[in-house]
Design a protein around this ligand. Structure first.
Ligand code: G6P
Length: 611
C-alpha cells in the first residue's frame, strides 16, 4: 500500500524514480510525487491521479538532481489531491529543511499536529505524513540523522519513511516500523524501495531493513543502524526475479499475463519438492523439529483477501489428506481475538506479498503466545517470510495485477504439498501419497488445457457484462472457489457478486434470483455433483440464467445450463485449481467490456500494509 523509491548516485534521479514508481504503481495509484535536490534547492513535483499525471507535469517542469525520493499513494489520511500527495516538506516560514515520503499510518498525528502548529509550523495538507516532516524539522539543528532519530521515537503507528534534505547532498535516509523498506545496492549508486520489484533492472542486490532500523545511503555506501545507534551487520541478498518477469510481454494487462502464467507457477511451486521415493513432499525451510511437526494437533490458517480463500481450501485439504483439524481466520479478526489455543497448534499465515499488515500482526501475536508459526509467501525476503519460524515460498514470480490470480493457484499447490507432507507423517499410506504426486505432476498440463476455455468465456462475458448482480455457487472444495470467483468480479468490474455454498443459497440469496441475475454454478463431476445439480435445478425453476463450469463433454449439465464453460476432469481435491481459471477470465473480460482499469481497480491496492 503506497510505494516508495529513493535514489542517490551519479545518474539523473528523475527517470529512475519515475521508472521505480511505474513498477510500484500497483501498490497505490491515487497520486504520485517526487523530490530531488540540486545545490541547496529542493525540487518537488506532485500530482493527484495516476503516474501519467506526474510524468506530464515533469515534462513541463523537470526535477533535476542525482538524488531524490518518490512515492505513489493509496490515501489513508486526506483525499487524493495534489496537496495531499507526497513528498511533504518540513520547516518554517517557507524554509524547508526536509522532504519526506511515507507508507503507513501515524496514529498520534493529530496530537503532533496541534503541538507543531502551536510552535508555528503551518500545515498545507490533511495528511499524517506532514506531521512527520515538520516534526523532523523541529528536531533539526543541522544534523539530519539525529533529527530523524529524535522524531521517530515520538511517532506512534507504522511507518516506512524515506527522507532527504537540501542541506545534505547525496544522503537518503530510510527508517521503518511496520512498513517494509529494502535497500538496493548498486555501483556508485544506492536505492531505497518499499518493495524489491521496484528495483528490477537497476540492481539485483538487496538488503532488507527490519523494524526500528535506519539506513543511511550515499552513492558509495549503505549503512544500517538500530535504534540504539549501533551498526547492524546486514546481509546482501540476490533477487532471482528477472526484469522481464515484471513486464506485460505480449499481454494487454498484467492480470491476463498472470492468468496465463498459472501452469508455470504451479510447476514452479512443486519444483524440487516432490519426494517420489517416500511418496511425500519435501521442504527446505519449515524449520520445525520433527517432534513439533508430529505433535501438531491443530493448524490455524490466517490470511486476507484471495489468500484467505486459499486458506479455506487448505482446510479441506488438510482435513482430507492429513486428518488434522484446521481453523481458518481472517487475520484482521484473529489478531484481536484471544481464542484458547494450545501449544500444539501451528499458526500458518498465507500471503502473496508477505507484507499484509493484519497477517503480519496475527503471526506476531501467535509467536508471542509461543506457537510455532509458518508462512506461505511469494515475495522472498518480505517481512512475514523473515519473521515466521519457517515457511514455504511460492516461486510464482512477481504478481503485479491487483487482483491475485497466479499466487492463488500457487498457494493451492503448496497447501496440497503441505497436506501431503503432514498426511505422510501420520495416517496417509504411501499408495495414496504416490497417487497425489502423480495427480499433482499432471496439473501444469491440465491447466494449459483449461486455458482453452478462454474463447467461450469471452463470449459469455459479452452476454452478461451489463448485469448488476451475480451469484457464484459451489460446494465443498468449490465453495471457497465460488467466494474467489465473486471476489474477482467485484474487485475489477464493480458488479455486486456473492459466493455461496450452493445449497445454502436457499436461505437467502435465492431471493435475488430473477432473469437478470445470473448464477455461476461450479459443477464438475465429483462426490457432490448430484447435490449441486439439484441446486442448479432450483435456480432454473425460478427463471435465473445459469452459467455452468463443468467437465468437458458433460451433456447432463449442458442440457440445463444457459451457458457452458468446460474444464478438464480432475480429482475433487484438485478441482479448485482448474475451476478458478475460467472465473478469473470471466471477471477479466466483464471488467474490460465495462471499461474498467483491470490492473488498477478503484480504491484497491495490491499490498495492504495498513490495518
Ligand atoms: C489485497 C489484494 C488482494 C490480496 C490481499 C491479501 O486486498 O488486493 O489481491 O489477496 O490483499 O494480500 P496478501 O499479499 O497477503 O496475499
Amino acid at each position: 500500500m503506497c510505494g516508495i523509491i529513493g535514489y542517490t548516485g551519479t545518474r539523473e534521479a528523475e527517470p529512475i524514480l519515475v521508472e521505480g514508481l511505474r513498477r510500484l504503481e500497483y501498490r497505490g495509484y491515487d497520486s504520485a510525487g517526487l523530490a530531488t535536490v540540486t545545490g541547496q534547492r529542493l525540487h518537488v513535483r506532485k500530482k493527484a491521479g495516476r503516474l501519467s499525471e506526474l510524468t506530464a507535469l515533469l515534462q513541463q517542469q523537470p526535477a533535476p538532481g542525482t538524488h531524490g525520493i518518490s512515492h505513489t499513494r493509496w490515501a489513508t489520511h486526506g483525499q487524493a489531491t495534489d496537496r495531499n500527495a507526497h513528498p511533504h516538506l518540513g520547516g518554517k516560514d517557507g524554509q524547508f529543511c526536509v522532504a519526506v515520503v511515507h507508507n503507513g499510518v501515524i496514529e498520534n498525528y493529530a496530537v503532533l499536529r496541534r503541538q507543531l502548529e502551536s510552535e508555528g509550523y503551518v500545515f498545507r495538507s490533511e495528511t499524517d505524513t506532514e506531521a512527520v516532516a515538520h516534526l523532523i524539522a523541529s528536531c533539526y539543528d543541522g544534523d539530519l540523522v539525529q533529527a530523524v532519530r529524535r522524531a521517530v521515537v515520538r511517532l506512534q503507528g507504522t511507518y516506512g519513511l524515506a527522507i532527504l534534505s537540501p542541506e545534505h547532498p547525496g544522503l537518503v535516509i530510510g527508517v521503518r516500523l511496520g512498513s517494509p523498506l529494502v535497500i538496493g545496492v548498486g555501483r556508485e549508486e544506492m536505492f531505497l524501495a518499499s518493495d524489491p520489484s521496484a528495483l528490477l533492472g537497476f540492481t539485483d542486490r538487496v538488503v532488507y531493513l527490519s523494524d526500528h532500523q535506519m539506513c543511511l545511503l550515499t552513492p558509495d555506501e549503505w549503512r544500517i543502524e538500530n535504534d540504539q545507534q549501533v551498526p547492524v551487520d546486514a546481509r546482501i541478498h540476490r533477487i532471482d526475479w528477472e526484469p522481464q518477469d515484471a513486464d506485460k510481454g505480449p499481454f494487454e494487462h498484467y492480470m491476463l499475463k498472470e492468468i496465463y502464467e498459472q501452469p508455470d507457477a504451479v510447476a514452479a511451486a512443486m519444483r524440487g519438492r516432490l519426494n517420489e521415493a517416500d511418496a511425500t513432499a519435501h521442504f527446505g525451510g519449515l524449520n520445525l523439529t520433527p517432534r513439533q511437526l508430529r505433535r501438531a494437533e491443530r493448524i490455524i490458517m490466517t490470511a486476507c483477501g484471495t489468500s484467505y480463500h486459499a486458506a479455506l481450501i487448505g482446510e479441506y485439504l488438510f482435513e482430507e489428506l492429513a486428518r488434522i483439524p484446521v481453523e481458518v481466520e481472517y487475520a484482521s479478526e484473529f489478531r484481536y481475538r484471544n481464542p484458547p489455543v494450545d501449544r500444539n497448534t501451528i499458526v500458518l499465515g498465507i500471503t502473496q506479498s508477505g507484507e499484509t499488515a493484519d497477517t503480519l500482526a496475527a503471526l506476531r501475536e501467535s509467536k508471542r503466545k509461543g506457537h510455532p508459526t509458518l508462512a506461505i509467501c511469494n515475495v522472498v525476503g518480505s517481512t512475514i517470510a523473515r519473521e515466521a519460524d519457517g515457511g514455504v515460498y511460492l516461486h510464482a514470480g512477481p504478481e503485479i495485477g491487483v487482483a491475485s490470480t497466479k499466487a492463488f493457484t500457487a498457494q493451492l499447490t503448496v497447501l496440497t504439498l503441505l497436506a501431503l507432507y503432514f498426511g505422510r507423517l501420520g495416517h496417509l499410506s504411501s499408495v495414496q501419497g504416490t497417487r497425489i504426486i502423480r495427480d499433482l505432476k499432471a496439473m501444469p498440463d491440465i491447466l494449459r488445457r483449461t486455458l482453452q476455455c478462454h474463447e467461450a468465456v469471452k463470449q459469455i462475458a459479452a452476454k452478461y457484462h451489463h448485469v448488476r448482480n451475480m451469484l457464484y455457487l459451489g460446494r465443498q472444495y468449490l465453495y471457497p472457489v465460488a467466494l474467489e470467483g465473486a471476489l474477482k468480479l467485484k474487485e475489477i468490474s464493480y458488479i455486486h457478486a456473492e459466493g455461496y455454498p450452493a445449497a445454502e443459497m436457499k436461505h437467502g440469496p435465492i431471493a435475488l434470483v430473477d432473469e437478470h441475475t445470473p448464477s455461476v454454478f461450479l459443477v464438475p463431476r465429483g462426490h457432490v455433483f448430484d447435490k449441486v445439480m439439484n441446486n442448479l435445478q432450483e435456480i432454473k425453476a425460478r427463471g435465473g440464467p445459469v452459467i455452468a463450469v463443468a467437465n468437458e463433454g458433460d451433456e447432463e449439465v449442458a442440457a440445463l445450463a444457459d451457458d457452458m464453460i468446460y474444464v478438464p476432469e480432475v480429482p475433487d481435491y484438485l478441482q479448485p485449481l482448474v475451476v478458478v481459471v475460467p472465473l478469473q477470465l470471466l471477471a477479466y473480460h466483464i471488467a474490460l467490456l465495462r471499461g474498467c482499469d483491470v490492473d488498477k481497480p478503484r480504491n484497491l491496492a495490491k499490498s495492504v500494509t495498513v490495518e
